[in-house]
Design a protein around this ligand. Structure first.
Ligand code: FES
Length: 181
């Protein structure tokens, strides 16, 4: 049996003075989600989604703040945030390219899509380009199997991918995504 040792020092992110859970985010969650559920804890996933939409990732400090806000332990928050792969714990590029690796996409050539992205942009899954424009991930089924192979670029689904055409489409994206993407 091998031990997997993580370099926690590299994961260290200094605390910032202003909170991630701003008054605006808290008010949004309190007004929209707290009335729906008997316990604050139930608003954990909507809170994560709000943090992801606002910052693009969930910082360790945001996990602490979420625990305090929802009156649960940090371990409970950490448990949930690490269970779902769409919640990222590190900053990513301006465009997050999620290539589906589940069975339909695998059979229809997801590896060729990944290979083309590696050749053109020089990144493997989990990596970000030097200009911080693209981060690549492999993800499970995107629910669009009839369009395999497919990928989600930020919130836009791209289906029936031709590797070269997809890479060209990515290259043509503006340096800054439009608001809401
Ligand atoms: S297997 Fe790729 S979208 Fe379902």
């Amino acid at each position: 049996m091998a031990w997997i040792v993580e370099d926690r020092l590299k994961q260290y992110q200094p605390k910032r003075s202003e909170p991630y859970l701003t008054a605006e985010i808290k008010a949004h969650i309190e007004q929209k989600y707290f009335p729906r559920y008997p316990r604050k804890q139930a608003a954990l996933l909507p809170l994560f989604h709000t943090i992801m939409h606002t910052y693009g990732y969930i910082a360790p400090q945001a996990i602490d703040e979420a625990a305090a806000f929802l009156e649960i332990s940090r371990a409970q928050v950490q448990d949930a945030v690490t269970f779902y792969e769409e919640f990222r714990l590190q900053p990513s590029g301006k465009y997050v390219v999620n290539v589906c690796r589940s069975i339909s996409c695998e059979l229809c050539g997801h590896q060729a899509v990944l290979d083309k992205i590696r050749d053109v942009f020089g990144i493997e899954p989990g990596e970000t380009t030097d200009d911080d424009k693209f981060t690549l991930f492999e993800v499970e089924c995107l629910g669009a199997c009839e369009q395999a192979p497919c990928a989600l670029v930020n919130e836009d689904l791209h289906g029936c991918l031709d590797p070269q055409a997809f890479a060209s489409r990515l290259q043509a994206l503006p340096d800054h995504p439009a608001a809401g993407h």
